[in-house]
Ligand binder design. Sequence first.
Ligand SMILES: NC(=O)c1ccc[n+]([C@@H]2O[C@H](COP(=O)([O-])OP(=O)(O)OC[C@H]3O[C@@H](n4cnc5c(N)ncnc54)[C@H](OP(=O)(O)O)[C@@H]3O)[C@@H](O)[C@H]2O)c1
Length: 340
Amino acid sequence: MNGDCSQEDEEISKVVVITGANSGVGFALAQRLLALEITVTICLACRNVAKAEKAKTELEEEYKGAKVDILQLDTSSIASVTAAAKELQRRYRQIDYLYLNAGIMPDTGINWDYLLWCLIHPSYLVDALSTGEGLLKMQDSDTKDGLKLIFATNLFGHFLLVRKLEDFLCEKGCHIIWTSSSNARKKNFSMDDIQDKKGRQPYSSSKHGINLISNAINDRLKEKNVFSHVICPGFSITGMTSPMLGSLLWSLLYPLFVLLRLFIPIMCVTPWNSAEVLVWLFQSDASEVNPALLHTSHKSFLGKGYVKSKKIEFYSHEPRLLYKRLVALQTTLEGMGPIG
Ligand SMILES: NC(=O)c1ccc[n+]([C@@H]2O[C@H](COP(=O)([O-])OP(=O)(O)OC[C@H]3O[C@@H](n4cnc5c(N)ncnc54)[C@H](OP(=O)(O)O)[C@@H]3O)[C@@H](O)[C@H]2O)c1
């Protein structure tokens, strides 16, 4: 690990921590922030340090004078999250932006039967293409801590990171930005099965959980200048999507996806375009942004990037209830043994 900042450095530099920043949208965000403000300190909080080193080298070559640090973080591991939270507090005097971007949708494949069905019923096609609903097959598994992998990686690990950093973030304020998805669906989430052990949409469930928990955190901490918001990066071709079709097929389909923007403007297609909403929040006054909306990257057919926001579906008691359930889960897991 590296990245000890001198106090003088930090006084002029905003500190931006991005989880899952070695590729895809997280990496594009690091590029766009450095293009905008070369003085920001970017901390790539990544599971795979070798890939993070490569990303750091690329960023430093592309943006001369860039300050890029690496932090080892596996969001699916409680021990790793605990260690990373300690290290962040040791390293930095404050975190200005915490982008909770890491995410997985493992072993996905296309549900061809559903796609064919949608072609016969085109009214479902736009929804399927823009959210992936019903179109993607996925397989969940268990972590060493006994959690479902998708839940642990996308939601719980990030929740735990915020919990472990809470007092530190409240000292100076912070803008927390969670990456959700247009695939987040209330109907795929159950308060009685928050890990979606029984369900068939663990990705959608984890992302709806993110929408709820971000609202709970914003409610709890906004008075202390810690704001929490959720975004969807639209659709782009990244490490997450490539296993579905393979890179050659994606390259062949690229023009088709650009054409689809005529009807589905969340077809951002590239990670750079998908990072639009993340950059928008970086430039926004966090206290003015509505936490109850999902803010999404769009790209017009003529190539203009913009953000559109829509209301997240939830009952007012649900964010608090999920918060309580996650705290209870944390307490249970931490009571089970030495996890850091
Ligand atoms: N691409 C889209 O169309 C789309 C649409 C909606 C939402 N999203 C969301 O956007 C976010 C970024 O995804 P992407 O599309 O940019 O995919 P990506 O290129 O696969 O990036 C995902 C990142 O998350 C990291 N990651 C995975 N598991 C991790 C773990 N346990 N601990 C720490 N890091 C981990 C990956 O690191 P490794 O290299 O170690 O695997 C990678 O850096 C995700 O939250 C995803 O759900 C993407």
